[in-house]
Design a protein around this ligand. Structure first.
Ligand SMILES: [Zn+2]
Length: 468
């Protein structure tokens, strides 16, 4: 593909820190935080902020419009309440649109050619609970036909009245997606959804594919090999497929993961860059440089990535002498903006075709159970005491007086004595707590609630669980 001689979007991304909306910088933020953020833009003449309506529980959903051009683009984020990355990227775009600097010519080009309507956080009730579904337990992205949620009705009405040419359906995906046959995480996944069972390509879908192909070429500079395609099986209940069938070129964007980016700030920046690139492509003739083939050449995503993959771990007294162990962690909302993690063994056996964000070669090592000691006084727990215990292989503190909480703020577990018989070698879907030791029984790795670290590099921010 021909590159523009001067790549304005790349220059803008180099100056991204000036457009980052600083007050919101974590995965977890509430509807009230977003409303406060939008207020910041309300007086700005470049933007038009309007009320779209309310969620089931009465939280206001707003639209923000930029530009006055002929080509209409509708974007909505967080229809799944716990998928907040694109909402943050939208705030960054608003900062960019309302700034004035060396990039005014691109702003003018976008504002003259496009009318962009943003609906950030379409599912505020779900966001409040850090959950995918609405407060009525409906998956809004399967509600395009039945329209059982007020939020889906708002989206559909907006599409009918605004009649966009393009739509961006902005989501987050889970961590286990890798690209093709590689261990590279899919940092951005795309789909130009099918509009019927045959999955044929018409002019409408082709345009969505061209936008994705253009963004992909651009994003490769930042995340080589880190862009993947979602499965295009037709789902008539889903908004993307529905909008595509109504003649709106629709682009699904899934914010994925990159190593060591737990709050997804790097992915947020990628979102900002990709959406801006998408707008630039739509606003110019550059879109026609890209073909359906460029789109189909993007590798598909797969689900072969674990948070931790331990390879060739030796077992004593088990059926198999050597096993691979795949561990995943899930995050549970505690109170805004805090969460804790639950680590679990998601698979074990021959995992030679799998990958890990962290991979441990345990060829010379054996799995050993973590030790359990009596907890004398809960109030005596400290990072220092926990570290000392961990280095001795202690993963469990025994007490009859287990705390009410589900997690421990230190990297150690608290366990009721009645649960002790269940501490055994790693089992499928069991807890991920064990040690990896060498031939002289020296601890090489500590696996504590799915977090893995070496004895002299203890992850102080890892949390344990209360097992009662
Ligand atoms: Zn989603």
């Amino acid at each position: 593909m021909a590159q523009n001689k001067k790549d304005t979007v790349r220059e803008i991304v180099s100056a991204y820190s000036s457009y980052h909306f600083n007050p919101i910088n974590t995965n977890l933020f509430r509807h009230a935080d977003l409303m406060e953020a939008i207020e910041f833009f309300e007086e700005n003449q470049e933007l038009e902020v309007a009320s779209l309506g309310c969620s089931e529980e009465g939280r206001e959903i707003k639209t923000i419009t930029y530009g006055r051009g002929k080509t209409k683009v509708l974007l909505w984020s967080q229809m799944h309440g716990n998928e907040s990355t694109a909402t943050r990227a939208i705030l960054d775009l608003l900062v960019f649109f309302t700034s004035s600097d060396a990039f005014n010519s691109l702003r003018k080009q976008l504002a003259d050619s496009l009318t962009l309507v943003f609906i950030p956080m379409l599912n505020p009730d779900g966001a409040e609970r850090f959950q995918r579904r609405t407060s009525t337990e409906i998956d809004m992205n399967r509600d395009a036909i039945a329209l059982q949620t007020p939020e889906a009705r708002l989206l559909k009405n907006t599409a009918e009245q605004f009649k966009p040419d393009f739509a961006f359906n902005l989501h987050d995906q889970r961590r286990f997606y890798n690209v093709g046959n590689t261990g590279v995480p899919s940092s951005l996944s795309f789909l130009a959804p099918a509009f019927d069972q045959s999955r044929k390509v018409n002019k409408v879908r082709e345009k969505a594919m061209q936008v994705i192909a253009g963004i992909n070429e651009y994003a490769q500079e930042y995340i080589p090999g880190g862009v993947g395609l979602y499965d295009d099986a037709y789902s008539h209940r889903s908004f993307g497929d529905f909008m595509q069938s109504k003649g709106i070129s629709t682009i699904l964007v899934e914010s994925g993961w990159i190593k060591d980016d737990p709050e997804k700030e790097a992915i947020r920046k990628l979102n900002f860059a990709s959406l801006l690139k998408g707008f630039e492509l739509i606003a110019s003739a550059a879109l026609n440089q890209f073909s359906v083939k460029d789109y189909s050449d993007i590798p598909s995503i797969d689900t072969k990535l674990f948070d931790v993959l331990i390879k060739n771990a030796g077992f004593t007294g088990s059926v198999s002498p050597v096993l691979d162990i795949g561990i995943n962690r899930t995050e549970q909302l505690l109170d805004h903006p805090h969460y804790f993690s639950i680590g679990k063994i998601d698979d074990l056996g021959d995992l030679s075709s799998f990958f890990g964000f962290e991979t441990i070669d345990a060829t010379q090592l054996k799995v050993a159970p973590g030790k359990a000691v009596r907890l004398s006084d809960y109030s005596e727990l400290s990072t220092v005491s926990v570290k000392r215990l961990l280095r001795q292989g202690v993963l469990f503190l025994i007490t009859e007086q287990v705390p009410l909480e589900s997690h421990v703020a230190y990297p150690v577990n608290i366990i009721h004595p009645r649960k002790l018989p269940y501490l055994q070698h790693p089992v499928f879907e069991g807890s991920a707590n064990f040690l990896l030791v060498d031939q002289s029984k020296t601890i090489k790795y500590i696996v504590m609630n799915g977090f893995v670290f070496e004895p002299d590099k203890i992850n102080e921010s890892a949390n344990g669980l209360v097992i009662s």
